[in-house]
Design a protein around this ligand. Sequence first.
Ligand SMILES: O=C(O)C(=O)C[C@]1(C(=O)O)C=C[C@@H](O)C=C1
Length: 287
Amino acid sequence: MEDFDFNITIVGLGLIGGSYAMALKDLNPKNIWAVDIDKNALKTAQELGIIDQGYVDPEIPLKNSDIVILCIYPNLAIEFIKEQMDHFKTGAIITDTAGIKEKLLSKINGFVRTDIDFIGGHPMAGREYKGLSFASKDIFDGANYILTPIEQNKKENIQRIEYMIKGIGCKNIIKIDPKKHDEIIAFTSQLPHIVAAALMNGAKEENTHLFVAGSFKDATRVARMNTKLWSELLIENRENTIEQIERFEKYMTEIKNTIINNDQVTLEELFENARGKREEFIEKCMK
Ligand SMILES: O=C(O)C(=O)C[C@]1(C(=O)O)C=C[C@@H](O)C=C1
C-alpha cells in the first residue's frame, strides 16, 4: 500500500471509533489522534497503542488534521462541527459514520466552511454492543461501506476516503444519493432492529430462554442495541421507518391470511419465494 501520510482525528472512541482506530493502524497514517469526553477511553486507547494521542479538547488535533472521522451520534456530529468550525485545518476532509444521511448532510452543508469537504459515510459494520471495550478492527473486514458524496465534494478527497475505506478492510464501496441511502437503510438496517425489539418485547414467557435455539437468538440479536443511538436514528428517519414498518405489516398479514384460510398451498408458495430470495441474497453476499 502507498503512503497514507495524513494526520487523522477520530471523534468519539466508542465501538465504531475504536474499531476505526485499530483498523487505521494498517494504513500507517502520520498520526491517529482521538477526541472524547471520556478520559478513561482515551487512556485505554493510548495504552493499547491504537491512537498516538488522545484529547478532551478538540482544538489542537483539529487544527492539525487532514481527515476528521466523526464516530458520534448524528445530532451530536452536527453540533460538533458547528462548535468547532473555526478549528478545522484549511482544506480538511470531514467524514462521518452515522446511519442517517439526508438531514445530516443538508444541515452540515448549510453552515460548513467552504474550504472544508464534508463527505457523508456509513460503514455497514457494527455489533450489538457499545463502547471501546467491544471495538475490533474485524468489524470492517469484508464489510460494505456507503458513501453519499455530493457535487461540492472534491474528486481527490472522495478518492482519498475510498482509499482509506479499502485500507481498513472494507470490500464494497457504494456511492449513493443521501435520500436514497435513508430509504434503503430503513429497510436493511433499521427495520431488523425494530423487529428484534418487537420480538423481544413480546417474549412473555418467564422461561423463554429454556425454549429457544438458533432461530429466536438470531432474530433477536440486535435487540441488545445501543438504545439511545437507535431511537435517535429511527426518529430522524421517521418517514422511511414508518413506511417500512407498514410494508412489513403487509407481508405479515399476507402470511397470517393464508393461515386463517387454511391455505397451505399459498403459504408454501410464500415461504418458497422467501427461501429462494434468501439463497440468492447469500450468494450475492459471498461474491
Ligand atoms: O451487526 C450489527 O450488530 C449491527 O447492528 C450492524 C449494523 C446493521 O446491520 O444494522 C448497525 C448499524 C450500522 O450503521 C450498520 C450495521
